[in-house]
Design a protein. Structure first.
Length: 141
């Protein structure tokens, strides 16, 4: 299993933008977040080549708890009784995983099983676990 951890407020992929001249581009905040995720993935992979074959991916999104909330609501968020239902949408968190192409896997089309969990936390961040399907747990010996 490969685990990539990126601390700080998690970001989902933003929609592409269009200039007045008709040029399409990815917003800077998305580019920066994907670059940080790619760096964390390279650190997690070390010298290993990208994984090949079918993969299972689990993404844990830990959203910061608003300091402006009443203490009772903050506690409910910590205990998992309140879950984040605001944007970014869950699928936009999966889309930032395009940054893992050619680092963790050859192409994200290899992901055949995926899970995303959004919760509140005092330690915001994104944790991505990647497991090859149909291989031994310890794939790198």
């Amino acid at each position: 299993m490969i685990e990539i951890v990126l601390l700080g407020a998690p970001r989902g992929k933003e929609r592409p933008r269009l200039t007045k001249a008709g040029h399409v581009y990815t917003p800077e905040k998305t580019r920066d977040y994907e670059a940080a995720l790619k760096f964390a993935a390279k650190e997690a992979m070390g010298d290993r080549p990208p994984l090949d074959g079918p993969l299972e991916v689990t993404i844990q999104i830990d959203v910061p708890i608003a300091q402006s909330w009443p203490k009772k609501r903050q506690q409910a968020a910590r205990e998992g009784r309140e879950r984040p239902t605001k944007k970014p949408d869950w699928d936009n968190f999966a889309k930032v995983c395009d940054a893992l192409n050619l680092v963790v896997w050859i192409d994200d089309a290899q992901v055949v099983d995926g899970h995303i969990h959004k919760t509140y936390s005092d330690k915001p961040g994104m944790r991505i676990q990647v497991r090859p399907i149909g291989q031994q747990e310890d794939i790198f010996g």
